[in-house]
Design a protein around this ligand. Structure first.
Ligand code: ZN
Length: 114
């Protein structure tokens, strides 16, 4: 009986099976035995570019459309290479520094992995 997953709520290892439900005696949480392993929730968020490549810190990406920078007349032109990106949480999920512009945030949907 050591194959049951730990409780996704309190990580107790004392889960038991009750029909097709799993139950946790420690916090009372019940969930479906068919559900995906709870570990998925602890994994880092996957950020993908415009065509579905998974992006990672340190990647080089290319901007796929002209991006106006809010509050300025600057535009990041399509085709601009952006080196050494850093992934973050939030609406603009890529932190980067662009030559001639400086530090800024990009949206992963507007870049393609180089
Ligand atoms: Zn629990």
């Amino acid at each position: 009986m050591s194959t049951l997953p730990a409780c996704p709520k309190c990580h107790s290892a004392y889960t038991y099976q009750d029909g097709d439900q799993l139950s946790c005696p420690e916090c009372g949480h019940e969930w479906s035995a068919q559900a995906a392993p709870a570990a998925a929730a602890d994994e880092a968020r996957v950020i993908k570019d415009a065509v579905g490549n998974v992006l990672q810190d340190g990647d080089t990406v290319t901007v796929i459309k002209d991006l106006k920078i809010k509050g300025s007349s600057l535009v990041v032109k399509v085709g601009t290479k952006v080196k050494n990106i850093r992934l973050t949480d939030g609406d603009h999920d890529i932190d980067c520094k662009i030559d001639g512009i400086g530090a800024m945030g990009l949206k992963s949907e507007f870049v393609k992995k180089a």
